[in-house]
Ligand binder design. Sequence first.
Ligand code: ATP
Length: 141
Amino acid sequence: MADSLPSHIQLEIVTPDHPVAREVVSAVTIPGKGGYLGILPGHAPLLSELKMGELAYTRGSFTHYLAVSWGFAEVLPDRVIILAKTAERAADINVERAERARQRAEERLAKFTDLSIDMERARAALERAQTRLQVARRVGS
Ligand code: ATP
């Protein structure tokens, strides 16, 4: 007889600076490189690269949101491990800082004729800032 499916997921989110979350959850949405991945208990094992994006997890009746940047996700039927370069909970995002970062990046991108500017780097900074601003709007929602 097949083993019964796990009822929950042990979620761990770690950055090089510190552990960000270790919680038992019922669902996780991961910003995978190839698109968002919805994970429920019993999901088939997979390994995915992360892109900058919003990670969401549901615990009880609450969904929690974080902005995460590049790294890896390991998915097992009863466990999800996120190793991210950065991860901020929605409530911890400094909106003014993200707004300043967005403006800086947009100004750099506007000078597209200036060959001294690394456009790829400016685009990545803009993506980080936009994601942080988007995730920060989740506070209280
Ligand atoms: P900035 O130009 O404002 O530093 P950045 O996108 O270059 O933004 P990162 O290199 O991605 O910043 O992150 C550096 C550190 O600062 C990480 O620990 C990250 O979690 C944190 N961080 C960056 N922006 C914010 C923010 N708006 N609110 C809270 N923490 C932030």
